[in-house]
Design a protein around this ligand. Structure first.
Ligand code: NDP
Length: 444
């Protein structure tokens, strides 16, 4: 049995009932095979065994009181996965589906993603099974304050710097930061995605969506192509989806479909993004509303059907495992040429195989959605230097980072004889630096 297989078997035995973690670890470790063959010293140092075991897992109780005086208890998590190349960095997710398996899969991916940015940040992730949907601002505030009342003792600007993710946007980051500052009496860059009035960076809101489109644009450019006139389907209508749509449209694409967790809209004349923003960002309402406001558009209940809408470029930007093999086959049949993952692990392993076999250019999440964390690291740099860069400055740095990531993963795939396989390329390019740092640190 190969070293990689041995570590994977052991991981599944030691961590039963963690299917998402198994899925991410399988994808990642399998692609390390040629690297560990070239570096037998890694096995001797049990490097992979250490790589898949988080440095620290923190689980805690989050009690809070609703507007009617009812008491609730949620679970809180922070997985500090790997700090070999810098302080832990990764988002917080508030969603009822959150459990340890999901936080661990996200944390593992984050290590490589952060390394790929070329910036000095380690990997971590956290969150809660709390559902902000349908809660009042006051309830969300009380929840965030309770969450931070435990988390504050484990984080710090040089230790662990959380950010937003699903269900954690500007409002939640504000409440979390306010409570940290109150307890610690420190106004420091301990969270990123902060508001502009209290140390945030321009472009952070747009960063993941814009970054995804910058990388896809580079992939198109390397094939003498461009976004102009391309039909694009984007799943989700949250932070990543909205700004991916904005940038793709700015580059001349025709975005024809989007969804939220209830259903999808199709607008063959091109999605009116101002209407989507009004519904999702301002009113926090359902995307169904779009069809009642924009003539000629349609609403369909359920999400999966979105992948039957013909497109040249698909940008899944909602959540994990939203494209299965069946949806992938449908996309291929309808002529998709590029898939860029805005969400984390939106394609199942089987779906990825379908895309790769069909010659679709597949840009995996850990590379394609790294723009968010890269801009968070730029926010950290501005915080420590007490600097404030312009929108243009940050945007230019973001674009540069995304283009570099594309070429680094392309080069790594070639170096190991897997040209065009960006899953392997991204994993290997991200792993190289982390592995080198871990080896340099000795057995820790
Ligand atoms: P948001 O909460 O802003 O938006 C999430 C969107 O996806 C919403 O439209 C939501 O619908 C939809 N959605 C969530 N869960 C499901 C589900 N189970 N089925 C169908 N639709 C669903 O999150 P973000 O845009 O920030 O994050 C989206 C993805 O991108 C996540 O995978 C996240 O980890 C990843 N990501 C985000 C980064 C960031 O900077 N924000 C950085 C890197 C990755 P509804 O409105 O109904 O809730």
């Amino acid at each position: 049995m190969s070293y990689v297989q041995k570590v994977l078997e052991e991981l599944k035995k030691k961590n039963p009932n963690e299917p998402e973690f198994h899925q991410a670890a399988t994808e990642i470790l399998t692609s390390f095979q040629p690297v560990v063959e070239r570096h037998p010293e890694y096995e001797k140092a049990a490097l992979l065994e250490r790589f898949v075991e988080p440095e620290r897992v923190i689980m805690f109780r989050v009690p809070w009181v609703d507007d009617k005086g009812g008491v609730h208890v949620n679970k809180g998590y922070r997985v500090q996965f790997n700090s070999a190349i810098g302080p832990y960095k990764g988002g917080l997710r508030f969603h009822p589906s959150v459990n340890l398996s999901i936080i661990k899969f996200l944390g593992l991916e984050q290590i490589l993603k952060n390394s790929l940015t070329g910036l000095p940040i380690g990997g971590g992730k956290g969150g809660s099974d709390f559902d902000p949907k349908g809660k009042s601002d006051n309830e969300v505030m009380r929840f965030c304050q309770s969450f931070m009342t435990e988390l504050y003792r484990h984080i710090g600007q040089d230790t662990d710097v959380p950010a937003g993710d699903i269900g954690v946007g500007g409002r939640e980051i504000g409440y979390l930061f306010g409570q940290y500052k109150r307890i610690r009496d420190e106004h420091v860059g301990v969270l990123t995605g902060r508001g502009l009035s209290y140390g945030g960076s321009l472009v952070r809101t747009e960063a993941t969506g814009y970054g995804l489109v910058y990388m896809t644009e580079e992939a198109l450019k390397c094939r003498n192509d461009s976004f102009a006139g391309k039909r694009v389907v984007i799943s989700g209508s949250g932070n990543v989806a909205i700004y991916a749509c904005e940038k793709a449209q700015a580059l001349g694409a025709l975005v024809v479909a989007m969804y939220d967790s209830n259903g999808y809209i199709v607008d063959n004349a091109g999605i009116k993004l101002d209407v989507v923003k009004q519904i999702k960002e301002v009113e926090r309402a359902r995307i169904k509303e779009y069809a009642t406001r924009v003539k000629g558009s349609e609403y369909h209940e359920g999400c999966k059907g979105i992948w039957s809408v013909p497109c040249d470029v698909a940008l899944p930007c909602a959540t994990q495992n939203e494209i299965d093999a069946e949806s992938a086959k449908l996309l291929v049949k309808n002529g998709v040429k590029y898939v860029g993952e805005g969400a984390n692990m939106p394609s199942t392993l089987e779906a990825i195989e379908v895309f790769q076999k069909a010659g679709v250019v597949f840009l995996p999440a850990k590379a394609a959605n790294a723009g968010g964390v890269a801009t968070s690291a730029l926010e950290m740099a501005q915080s420590s230097g007490r600097l404030f860069w312009t929108f243009e400055e940050v945007d230019a740095k973001l674009k540069n980072i995304m283009v570099n990531i594309y070429h680094n993963m392309d080069d790594a795939a070639r170096e190991y004889g897997m040209e065009g396989n960006y899953v392997a390329g991204a994993n290997i390019a991200g792993f190289k630096k982390v592995a080198e740092a871990m080896m340099a640190h000795g057995i820790v």
